[in-house]
Design a protein around this ligand. Structure first.
Ligand code: WQD
Length: 346
């Protein structure tokens, strides 16, 4: 059974990807320092799959501790790298924190990939590298625009580092550019655990609907779009997860055209903020308490993917639509509340 190392395996997309890898016959280990994730995620993974996953609680900025994991696991067939800070606003307030964490972690990891001759590497990138595109939908050939935030800059630099690193044949790599990952595992055993007040739309919706937040803001309804609110390509976290399994298989079967292939992970459909809210209200039966607020600086007006490459080359088939995204996100929020209530009542 081929062993895959997932960094950030206790995080939102990492934990869902581990479930998918296990369900497709891989053995998995994780490196996650749990600074921004819950160590209990591995329990959820075991509940869903019946399989145990060992998480090494290691800070990837510590080279010796990272190297020790590779020394202990000499049969790693591939690495999927999620571990990074990803809050756009925080990165603007603390750029050095983001450059140090996101780039030093990647450099240490690649040093180990080189030292231990790991053949395959999948990198968690983001549509944020496209900035405000000149037209939509965007393909992987679209130009990279100047990053709107230090977070986005670390994703662009990570892509450049991997492009140069793989040129020497050290390993082959795939860069996966996620659009907007949302939703939760259909079992409601795994889902997103935002730290503090949620910055992203869907957790802001579900936390407002459940009563954790009194009201949410729609950042602008005066954009040049069909209803004035921003357009995004929301993609279910389980569809994102399965694309990582397909990416590893693609590399193992040496189907990649070059040493570092790029794929967009989006549905190809644009949804406005107000449409997302309306869909949530329909599937949850909850009337959402929100107000129209001023635009959020740095917001891209409209972006969604051309996903033909991932569909045709990776064989990626999207299973979840916007209704299931909202339904699974709401079921997860309800589950969190039920667990919190049971703790309170015991
Ligand atoms: C979506 C839309 C907001 C919250 C960011 C990163 C991206 C990725 C996903 C990591 C925008 C609006 C939001 C709210 C709102 N991060 N909104 N009220 O900004 O598209 O992408 O998160 O992988 O790299 O850039 O996602 O969910 O923050 O915002 O109106 O309370 O929802 O203005 O139009 P975004 P988002």
């Amino acid at each position: 059974m081929r062993k895959i190392l997932v960094t950030g395996g206790c995080g939102y997309i990492g934990s869902h990807t581990i479930v998918d890898l296990l369900e497709h016959g891989y053995e998995v280990i994780s490196i996650d320092d749990n600074s921004r994730s819950s160590a209990f995620s591995v329990n959820g993974i075991e509940k869903i799959t019946g399989k145990k996953v060992k998480n090494y609680k290691v800070d990837l900025k510590n080279f010796d501790e990272t190297q020790a994991v590779f020394q202990e696991n000499t049969d790693i067939a591939g690495v999927i790298h999620f571990a990074a800070y990803k809050a756009v606003g925080e990165s603007v307030a603390a750029p050095l924190l983001y450059f140090e964490n996101n780039l030093f972690s990647l450099i240490n990891l690649l040093k180990c990939v080189e030292e231990f001759s790991i053949p395959h590497f999948v990198f968690s990138s983001s549509c944020t590298v496209y900035g405000n595109p000149d037209s939509i939908p965007v393909t992987e050939a679209f130009p990279i625009k100047k990053a709107e935030s230090p977070y986005g800059a670390t994703k662009q630099m990570g892509e450049e580092m991997l492009t140069d690193f793989t040129k020497n044949g050290a390993c082959d790599a795939i860069l996966l550019r996620y659009f907007n990952p949302v939703g939760a595992h259909p079992s409601a055993i795994l889902g997103e655990l935002p730290i503090g007040k949620p910055q992203n739309l869907v957790p802001a919706i579900t936390q407002t609907a459940i009563g954790k937040l009194p009201k949410m803001k729609v950042f602008g309804n005066d954009y040049d779009t069909r209803d004035g609110s921003c357009i995004r390509d929301y993609i279910h976290v389980c569809d994102i997860a399965h694309a990582h399994t397909l990416a590893i298989q693609y590399l193992e079967n040496t189907k990649n055209e070059g040493p570092c292939d790029i794929f967009n992970l989006g549905t190809g459909l644009g949804v406005t903020v107000l449409e997302a809210i309306q869909t949530f209200e329909e599937v949850s039966g909850v009337k959402l308490n929100y107000e129209i607020a001023p635009r959020r600086p740095g917001d891209v007006i409209a972006i969604y993917a051309n996903n033909d490459k991932a569909v045709n080359k990776l064989g990626w088939q999207i299973k979840y639509g916007i209704k299931e995204m909202m339904k699974t996100a709401w079921d997860w929020e309800l589950k969190l509340k039920a667990e919190a209530d049971s703790v309170k009542n015991n």
